[in-house]
Design a protein around this ligand. Structure first.
Ligand code: AHR
Length: 501
């Protein structure tokens, strides 16, 4: 990494560039890096779906029992609920994940709950948390529910019955739902047709994409006959699989799923960002396939289907994204301890989602509690890991439209920009462990800038259950005086700066 002093520029609109001499760092050891950023507030890249800030929970390890749910007391854990609520997830995916392939929703409704072996992740599942409990949780955290149906050990009829149970009126399943305490239909809009169906090692039966296509049509027909308004998320995989899915299922494919798990090489924190960068390439590759293979909407759909064809462009569902390092604890090493470097990774991911907003319809972080999670628990307490904080900050501050931004000069800087038409929000991530980045602010912005700054003492700083009252993440909100022209982005920081436009 180059660490000598240069001149810094931030160009926030065409023709508004200013430079400033960059001072050496106080210690004289590391001079700040410099960057030039050009923002084009009028160049809209796409609407940012509010659903990119979703979460995922699965019947896996301590995600549900011991995570969101206290089975001994038969209630949701209040400490965890409060933390999930403060994440404000707009969308919650359930029940899997791979467990979808052995999950039978009827085991999880009504008074008699059979205990089943969790054939995928181990242990027994007493089904104390099922559909109605999940719906209640989604309601408590303010999220729309997103359900995945079993295409392996389940049947299309079982999936359609689930749609009826959740969304029907006047049917026996609707009466059953009423008897279970919920008279009004849940109106579940998002339905995933399977999960990672191309995966060979688990109990899925559909590794051949032609088999998936055939079965997905059948599922879609039966489910949409129950409720024509539901939206379907088709399972994606590699390019050849995706091509076939898009060609054959596009009249009924609202979303194609893409799962992204980043990781780093031991002792090389920066390798995490290289891993995440490949994921932006994956998103763009799938976006190109969608563009090439699917019309924006489907006309001339036979009325004999008895439900409408797709009327909106196909979007990508990043219905599992996250960071999955080797060497975790718990079931299959999925209990991960996230450092501040991982938090910088989360912010980088969210910038990628903003830059590619035009094609990303939804995203659900895998997962929520204990499993690959921003929230960890033990029997008596819970903590927010480092990654929780950028998630919460982006959700709170980013605007609904992504606008063009072009940074040059510093590889450790990652940027996205968004607006609601009144406020410009620049999301800045400095992944450098030690060197600040010197920026200049646009003089055309006459109002105050507000900087929301997150940082931690080192890249490997972590929050732990052994010191639950210590938070290594510091947050500072600073108002920069009107006319401010320079801003220093601290080393290893995530900063959302906002200004009226
Ligand atoms: O999130 C953990 C697992 O990762 C999910 O069950 C599966 O879909 C993915 O491989």
């Amino acid at each position: 990494m180059e660490k000598q002093s240069r001149r810094a520029f931030v160009k926030l609109s065409a023709g508004a560039v200013i430079g400033a001499a960059v001072p050496s760092s106080a210690a004289g050891l590391l001079a700040p890096n410099v960057a030039e950023i050009t923002v084009y507030p009028d160049q809209v890249l796409g609407d940012i779906s509010p659903n990119i800030y979703g979460q995922f929970i699965e019947h896996l390890g301590r995600a549900i029992y011991g995570g969101i749910y206290d089975d001994a007391q038969r209630r949701f854990r209040p400490d965890v609920l409060e933390k999930v609520q403060q994440l404000h997830p707009p969308l919650l995916r359930y029940p899997g994940g791979t467990v979808t392939k052995i999950y039978h929703w009827k085991d999880g409704v009504g008074p008699a709950r059979p205990v089943r072996k969790n054939l995928i992740w181990g242990g027994n599942d007493n089904n104390h948390v099922g559909t109605d409990e999940f719906m209640r949780y989604a309601e408590l955290v303010g999220a729309a529910p997103f359900l995945t149906v079993n295409m392996s050990t389940g049947t299309a009829e079982e999936a359609a019955d689930w749609v009826d149970y959740c969304n029907g009126t006047g049917t026996s399943y609707a009466s059953q739902r009423q008897a279970n305490g919920h008279a009004a239909p849940y109106g579940v809009k998002y339905w995933g047709l399977g999960n990672e169906e191309a995966a060979r090692e688990d109990v899925g039966t559909l590794q051949n994409v032609q088999d998936y296509v055939k079965k997905a049509w059948y599922y879609a027909k039966l489910m949409k006959l129950q409720d024509p308004s539901i939206q379907l998320i088709m399972a994606g995989d590699q390019a050849a699989w995706n091509e076939e899915v898009l060609r054959e299922l596009h009249p009924i494919c609202d979303y194609i799923s893409l799962h992204l798990y980043a990781s780093s090489k031991p002792g090389e924190p920066a390798s995490l960002f290289a891993s995440i960068a490949t994921m932006e390439a994956s998103i763009q590759k799938l976006a190109a396939q969608i563009k090439a293979l699917t019309p924006a909407k489907v006309e001339n759909f036979s009325k004999w289907y008895r439900f409408p064809s797709r009327q909106q462009p196909v979007k990508i569902a990043l219905d599992e994204w996250g960071i999955w390092e080797a060497g975790g604890q718990g079931a299959y090493g999925l209990e991960q301890r996230y450092t501040w470097n991982h938090a910088l990774g989360v912010a980088t991911f969210l910038n990628i989602f903003q830059r590619n907003a035009a094609v990303i319809g939804l995203a659900t972080w895998a997962q929520t509690v204990n499993v690959l999670a921003p929230i960890m628990t033990n029997e008596t307490t819970s903590i927010c890991q480092t990654i929780y904080y950028p998630m919460a900050l982006y959700r709170r501050l980013c605007g609904p439209r992504s606008v063009a931004v072009a940074p040059t000069g510093v590889a450790t800087l990652d940027v996205s920009a968004s607006t609601d038409g009144k406020t410009l929000t620049l999301a800045l991530v400095n992944r450098d462990p030690a060197a600040a980045i010197r920026l200049k602010l646009n003089p055309k912005i006459t109002g105050h800038w507000t900087a929301h700054e997150l940082t931690a003492p080192s890249l490997d700083a972590m929050n732990t259950l052994t010191a639950p009252d210590t938070n290594v993440v510091s947050y500072q909100q600073r108002t920069l005086p009107a006319g401010t022209t320079a801003y220093t982005l601290a080393a290893r920081s995530i900063v959302l700066v906002q200004a009226p436009i």
